[in-house]
Design a binder for this molecule. Structure first.
Ligand code: NIG
Ligand code: FE
Length: 402
């Protein structure tokens, strides 16, 4: 006879199972939890008669997988509201970057900040995401751009994971832009990452993946390829900021290295989408950056759909291009700006987002998955991509972090 720790009953469950239509809904459902995992899930009528567990009725509330924000830069110091005003007056992101602002402006502030100060600034951002149902957050480095400051950022990210119930996945993004110390020697900076930083990060288990920014104002395909080769040799999964401002062949490059995901993709060509489809890479779309930069070139949504490239949605929380610390807002923006359906948005911030992080233990509500569960005060799961800034989370239940 099953001996479960907890049995949730009277739930309306959006399981988000792959291949299931209509959110994978189970009406009048029950979920049994043991050892932080879903031990049983299904309609209440199918429960074994002899099941023993402490029973908690959810009074007909909706339940979904805890949300997953698979692309953030939420550790940083300072802000870039001045640049935001400059852009409103007509300056472009590239112009500001070339003049020494942009990412470098946040790098200066972040280098100057202590680990404690970065932690204190980042913790409320993690808490804000958790308060809207997010149970797993990816956090990138990339505002340090030297060994000491990149390690500082990754250590703060690990500390956030230890201090909260939220799972934090960390990503080394040392190749975010060329730091001034290497202004005329970007290849030398790539060497530094490959030969010194990356081995230290891997030895200290400070990163779960590596990312880079492939763009005319950042790194070339050849430079990114060198980084990815080194990451592969160290068994570190890769992902890429690809084709955000121009078609730099980033999507195809990511696919060539079996990247978990290629992110942004506004300027990705059909050939890039094909390469992603063949490699099984996830397309991470970031409507907050699209909105904030006043971008008009849409990512190739229909081609992604036609080729069955899975689409994830993330907040991209950062002070430059996406000052939006809310995955729910990103979901709503993805409906209006990218015409994704609410169901695509919820899949993109649960099942597909898990895949973008290489995590197969979460993102859907199925037997054997982690018991990372969000309980909502809503009348239908489509509402999760409808409201902005509306508190609708009743409870976020998270299994012990990894
Ligand atoms: O995802 N594109 C590069 N990286 C970030 C922006 C970071 C910044 O501007 O500070 C992005 O949009
Ligand atoms: Fe980003």
């Amino acid at each position: 006879m099953p001996d479960w720790e907890l049995l949730l009953t009277d739930a309306r469950i959006a399981t988000m199972r792959a291949g299931a239509a209509d959110y994978g809904v189970i009406e009048d459902g029950a979920i049994a939890i043991s050892n932080g995992k879903i031990a049983w899930i299904g309609p209440k009528s199918g429960l074994p008669d002899n099941a023993a567990a402490s029973n908690r009725s959810l009074d007909g509330r909706w339940v979904t997988p805890a949300l997953i924000d698979c692309h953030t830069h939420l550790i940083f110091a300072g802000d870039r509201s001045g640049e935001f005003e400059e852009r409103l007056r007509g300056a472009s992101y590239e112009d500001i970057t070339r003049a020494g602002g942009g990412i470098m402006s946040t790098v200066r502030a972040t280098r100057d900040a202590s680990a404690d100060a970065l932690y204190a600034a980042a913790l409320p951002r993690v808490q804000a995401l958790a308060a809207e149902g997010v149970g797993t957050i990816e956090i990138k480095s990339g505002y340090g751009l030297n060994i000491e400051s990149e390690l500082k950022m990754l250590s703060v990210a690990r500390q956030l994971g230890e201090a909260t119930d939220v799972t934090i996945r960390t990503t080394l993004l040392a190749a975010h832009t060329v730091p001034p110390e290497y202004r005329h020697n970007a290849d030398g900076y790539i060497d530094l990452i490959c030969n010194e930083l990356l081995p230290e990060v891997v030895a200290g288990n400070l990163a779960d993946a590596m990312d880079a920014y492939c763009e005319s104002i950042a790194f070339s395909q050849e430079q990114v390829a060198r980084l990815f080769e080194r990451a592969a040799a160290l068994n570190l999964p890769v992902k890429l900021h690809a084709d955000q401002l121009s078609d730099g062949g980033g999507a195809a490059l990511a696919a060539r290295f079996d990247a978990l995901s290629a992110d942004h993709l506004e300027y990705t060509s059909a050939a890039g989408v094909n390469a992603m489809a063949e490699a099984g890479a996830v397309a991470v779309l970031l409507p907050g950056a699209f909105l904030t930069l006043g971008e008009t070139q849409l990512p190739p949504i229909n081609t992604l759909r036609e080729k069955n490239v899975p689409i994830a949605i993330a907040s991209d929380c950062n002070p430059g291009t996406s000052p939006i610390c809310s995955l729910r807002s990103a979901m709503m923006l993805a409906t209006r700006l990218f015409r994704l359906t609410p169901e695509e948005c919820l899949a993109g911030s649960t099942r597909v987002a898990a895949r973008a992080l290489g995590l197969d233990d979460r993102g859907t509500l199925e037997a054997g998955k982690r018991a990372d569960i969000a309980i909502w005060n809503i009348s239908h799961p489509r509402e999760l991509a409808y409201w902005i800034g509306t508190p609708q989370l009743t409870t976020l239940m998270l299994a012990d972090p990894l």
